[in-house]
Design a protein around this ligand. Structure first.
Ligand code: 13P
Length: 286
């Protein structure tokens, strides 16, 4: 059933686990993610990013979102339908109007005061509609930028604990994405996670903390991050890369066997999410 981002994360806070937030790319991947979550009785944050909009399977985007909402209601676990990396107030407003139960406003590349102003605006109308908000302070960045490779060059992007505390208090965001050493995309090796920094942020900030760039972070790192207050982990590359590779292989070998291609994606999603539910501690928490 659909719940808000706050409801799903508050339960995670009480139970000391993290909820997995995989991005989806199609209606089929929505179903495969929901089926995997239901099998492990794990809560799920279905995450939509705007750049998949061209893959909308029906004419009206709003209709598609309502179909996804209906689908969510068929599963006996807590599910949040969340906008990932909303880039503007308008994008977040559109998502709230369409029926998302959580929205992220990512103004993390803007100056602090602008990030506060934009986030506060989104909080105002989202909360009025009963929708929860995620914001980001510090900047997670991408693997392609390579900042994570050396501890020094990565530091300027990391979240400053005192700023995070002020930001969360001033904006009223329901959860906060922090930069503590992960980046989006595929790593060459394991990232350096600054656990001391994470512990400090967790002490000062009262709302649940979010880790972006979960893929490839390493099981022990994830377990430690969850122990230090991470309550939502975003995961995309970990499932999309092997799923696309397997799809490409099957299309080359058996171009007409469409069902097998779909099943291959389902198997990858099932196996990868099964692992993530285990390391996040979210099995049987849905
Ligand atoms: P990864 O692709 O590194 O898992 O990042 C996903 C993410 O953070 C989406 O917001």
């Amino acid at each position: 059933m659909l719940v808000t981002l706050s409801e799903i994360l508050n339960k995670a806070e009480q139970g000391n686990y993290a909820v997995i937030a995989p991005d989806f790319t199609s209606m089929a991947s929505v179903r495969f993610q929901l089926e995997a979550a239901e099998q492990f009785k794990a809560p799920l944050i279905l995450s939509y990013v705007k750049h998949i909009e061209p893959l909308c399977p029906v004419r009206s985007w709003k209709k598609w979102i309502s179909i996804i909402r209906e689908e969510c209601e068929l599963y006996d676990i807590d599910i949040c339908l969340h906008l990932d990396h909303g880039t503007s107030v308008d994008e977040c407003r559109q998502a709230v109007d369409a029926g998302f139960t959580g929205v992220m406003i990512d103004a993390s590349t803007k100056p602090f005061s602008e990030n506060v102003a934009v986030t506060s605006k989104v909080v105002e109308f989202a909360h009025a509609a009963g929708v929860s908000v995620e914001a980001e302070i510090g900047h997670v960045g991408t693997a392609a930028e390579g900042t994570y490779l050396t501890e020094d060059s990565a530091r300027s992007h990391l979240t400053q604990p005192d700023q995070a505390e002020i930001f969360a208090r001033q904006t009223g965001t329901n959860c906060l994405a922090v930069a503590v050493g992960t980046v989006h995309g595929e790593y060459a090796g394991e990232p350096h996670i600054d656990f001391d920094l994470l512990a400090e942020i967790n002490q000062l900030v009262s709302v649940p903390l979010v880790m972006h760039g979960g893929s490839g972070t390493g099981d022990k790192n994830i377990e430690q991050a969850v122990a230090l207050g991470i309550r939502k982990v975003n995961v995309f590359s970990d499932w999309i890369v092997p799923a696309q590779r397997e799809t490409a292989r099957l299309i080359t070998e058996k171009p007409k066997d469409i069902a097998r291609v779909a099943t291959a994606q389902q198997i990858v999603i099932h196996d990868i999410l099964a692992h993530w539910f285990q390391i996040s501690g979210s099995v049987n928490k849905g």
